[in-house]
Ligand binder design. Structure first.
Ligand code: NDP
Ligand code: 8X3
Length: 249
């Protein structure tokens, strides 16, 4: 039977690659994000039978509910939810950070992710489905300028583990996906569109690609149903953990 996946943030990066990987394998995909033109490109590529585009700002709770209510019948029985939409804004230390950027990260990475999960949980339980929450290594390891972004991802990781605990016995699987440095539009967004800064960050580093994450999600989603990957932490070989810092007078 054809399965259905809903992926948030399918207009770029990981979400677009996940939509392509699953639709390419014949799954039905509900693809969300604000940029409707990019969602339409997915429809044109895979066909309206396989991709349903739902363009809305995920921070807008009413728009999210309206989009979920408008999902056409063939796409309504969602088997796999991928909570992927998210962003980092700014790299300044906390004492120089912009509060509006902090709010946007919390609203997107935390509040909207929780709301989407809450809305889809009854159906996922009924179908013994799977939830992927895209967290980050930034939720486990501190780095300068990571402040609220890293804290939102710590929420995503712990929410995933807590969800799994509450869903004990339901058959629903939950995985926290925790990538390190990956080349997507992430750094362009974080830097407010600074292409040279984005290119410089990834230059020579052989970062994770969006396709790498899509393939990982595909693998985990298709494991035998008695297996649950609780946390999936992955980095490029070029990246490793930094040491602690010492300030001297
Ligand atoms: P991209 O910037 O390439 O993609 C982000 C996606 O999130 C876009 O589709 C964007 O859609 C969507 N999004 C952001 N804000 C909103 C919003 N308000 N409403 C709806 N959709 C929104 O970045 P990535 O693919 O890298 O990021 C995907 C996830 O992976 C994020 O949660 C990120 O934190 C996480 N991550 C990224 C890593 C990296 O190094 N790249 C590493 C670890 C985790 P649109 O703008 O069209 O609305
Ligand atoms: C994105 C990875 O290390 O830039 O979550 O925070 S990192």
């Amino acid at each position: 039977m054809t399965k259905t996946l809903l992926v948030t943030g399918a207009t770029a990066g990981f979400g677009a690659a996940i939509a392509e990987r699953f639709a390419g394998a014949g799954w039905r995909v509900v693809a969300t994000g604000r940029r409707a033109d990019r969602l339409q490109t997915l429809v044109e590529r895979f066909g309206a039978d396989l991709v349903h585009p739902a363009a809305f700002d995920i921070r807008d709770a009413d728009a999210m509910q309206a989009a979920l209510d408008a999902i056409p019948a063939p796409f309504r029985d969602i088997d796999v939810l991928v909570n992927n939409a998210g962003l980092a804004l700014g790299t300044a230390p906390a004492q120089r950070a912009d509060l509006a950027q902090w709010r946007q990260m919390i609203d997107t990475n935390v509040t909207a992710l929780a709301a989407m999960t809450h809305a889809l949980l009854p159906g996922l339980i009924a179908r013994r489905g799977t939830i992927f929450n895209v967290s980050s290594i930034a939720g486990s390891y501190a780095y300068p300028g990571g402040n609220v972004y890293g804290a939102t991802k710590a929420f995503v990781t712990q929410f995933s583990l807590n969800l799994r605990t509450d869903l004990h016995g339901t058959g629903v699987r939950v995985t926290s996906i925790e990538p390190g440095m990956a080349e997507t539009e992430f750094t362009l967004v974080r830097t407010g569109g600074d292409r040279p800064a984005s290119d410089a960050l990834y230059a020579g580093a052989q970062p994770i690609s969006a396709a790498d994450i899509a393939e990982s999600v595909w693998w985990i989603a298709n494991l035998p149903p008695h297996l649950n990957v609780n946390r999936f932490e992955v980095m490029p070989v070029s990246q490793s953990l930094a040491g602690l810092q010492v300030h001297r007078d």
